[in-house]
Write a protein that binds this ligand. Structure first.
Ligand SMILES: [Zn+2]
Length: 100
């Protein structure tokens, strides 16, 4: 899942699993750190900017949490809107029946 995480290609469910696991599992955190270093570090070397590995990784993980929470909130909002639309449809239907 690490390459998918770095490419931001995990779905909400997998992403949450991944983030929770990374916080607990030393091996995977280490593997992520290495992959992250290879991915981001090489890019930084190319454009010559400075690079603080642990800061940047923390930032990336923090961003991922934030994105996950945002997506979940959007899903909840979408669900809520659907419920409202559905209720309106029922109301419109009831009204059209009552007015007949
Ligand atoms: Zn693990």
């Amino acid at each position: 899942m690490i390459p998918d995480f770095l490419e931001d290609e995990l779905d909400n469910y997998s992403l949450e699993d991944f983030l929770n696991h990374i916080e607990k599992c030393k091996n995977c955190k280490e593997e992520l750190t290495i992959q992250f270093l290879i991915d981001a570090g090489i890019q930084r070397l190319e454009d010559g900017s400075t690079f603080n590995l642990s800061d940047e990784l923390q930032l990336t993980i923090g961003d991922a949490w934030q994105r996950l929470r945002m997506r979940k909130r959007l899903l909840k909002t979408a669900y809520f809107l659907q419920v409202i639309v559905f209720a309106e449809l029922i109301a419109a239907f009831a009204l059209s029946v009552a007015l007949k």
